[in-house]
Design a protein. Structure first.
Length: 206
């Protein structure tokens, strides 16, 4: 697809222009704007139209810090078990803390199996779980695009996958909420360029 076509169609223009940005201005984000992003997430396609996504919105500095500290402690323990050098551990934990506490808004993107189909065998049960994960990820992509479209910057972080129990306990989330990622969001304080490999390296035509 040519760049001319991409810039002529708004959704394609947003896809091409969106960047994962982690540095934000400290200006607060209006609730109405956050709700616009959240609603965009709910219009993603989902398996059986069960809409398994769940969202926890964090704006309080105290709550963000509590989560960052709890996740950082788990990260430290995991890296220590891997015998990672202390200097590397300290750097990783510090970077994680900064990313979580510096964003004006965090959206914890969770998945629930509550409304999904249940099966008696492990294979179909696992496939049903994957379907819910895929549905939730598509909601996340919708929110990233919506954030860009409203003038916000956002970034998807996968860290909760390594400590969903910590996230659930720290935020007092319902038992069926399984954290899949965190979207940090705010008004951009940086610019980035990005590249993509050519279609020829990623596509097979049959």
């Amino acid at each position: 697809m040519s760049n001319d076509v991409a810039t002529a169609i708004p959704i394609l223009e947003a896809i091409h222009q969106r960047r994962s940005l982690r540095r934000y201005q400290q200006e607060s984000v209006p609730k109405a704007l956050i709700e616009t992003v959240l609603e965009a997430g709910t219009w993603a396609p989902s398996a059986h139209n069960r809409q398994p996504w769940r969202f926890a919105v964090l704006q309080s500095s105290a709550t963000k810090e509590e989560l960052a500290l709890a996740m950082g402690q788990r990260l430290r323990r995991d890296l220590e078990r891997d015998f990672v050098p202390e200097a590397v551990i300290t750097k990783d934990v510090s970077r994680s803390y900064e990313r979580l506490t510096s964003a004006p808004v965090l959206i914890v993107v969770c998945m629930s199996m509550l409304d999904m189909d249940s099966y008696s065998d492990e294979k179909r049960s696992r496939n049903e779980e994957i379907m819910a994960i895929q549905s939730t990820a598509m909601a996340g992509q919708n929110m990233l695009l919506a954030a860009h479209g409203t003038g916000l910057a956002a970034c998807w972080m996968c860290a909760p996958l390594f400590c969903p129990d910590i996230v659930r306990e720290t935020l007092s989330l319902p038992e069926d909420w399984d954290a899949q990622g965190i979207i940090s969001m705010g008004y951009p304080a940086q610019e980035r360029t990005k590249t993509r490999e050519s279609l020829e390296t990623r596509v097979i035509w049959r």
